[in-house]
Ligand binder design. Structure first.
Ligand SMILES: [Zn+2]
Length: 86
């Protein structure tokens, strides 16, 4: 059974460029990144054809937009409808 995460927390973490950057930085450092309220772990999804990533909450399945990660940081994929707002 999965834990339902509060939508407000998911938006703060995975629907916000700064939240995603912080979560990604945690991943790169080998840390475990979790939903702020339920503690559900975030997992990383990889799109091998484009080399992009996204973070998905293992509790509720809420995904971040796809992004590309490079030495200078992350950039959001322009053809992802959700990242057009950033
Ligand atoms: Zn969640």
């Amino acid at each position: 059974m999965s834990t339902r995460c509060p939508a407000a927390d998911q938006r703060r973490l995975l629907d916000d460029p700064e939240g995603i950057k912080a979560a990604w930085a945690g991943f790169k450092n080998g840390g475990v990144v979790t939903c702020p309220t339920t503690g559900a772990q975030l997992s990383m999804a990889v799109d091998g054809s484009t080399g992009s990533y996204r973070l998905v909450c293992s509790g509720c399945g809420f995904p971040s937009p796809w992004f590309n990660a490079g030495p200078a940081g992350i950039s959001f994929r322009e053809n992802d409808p959700r990242s057009s707002r950033f």
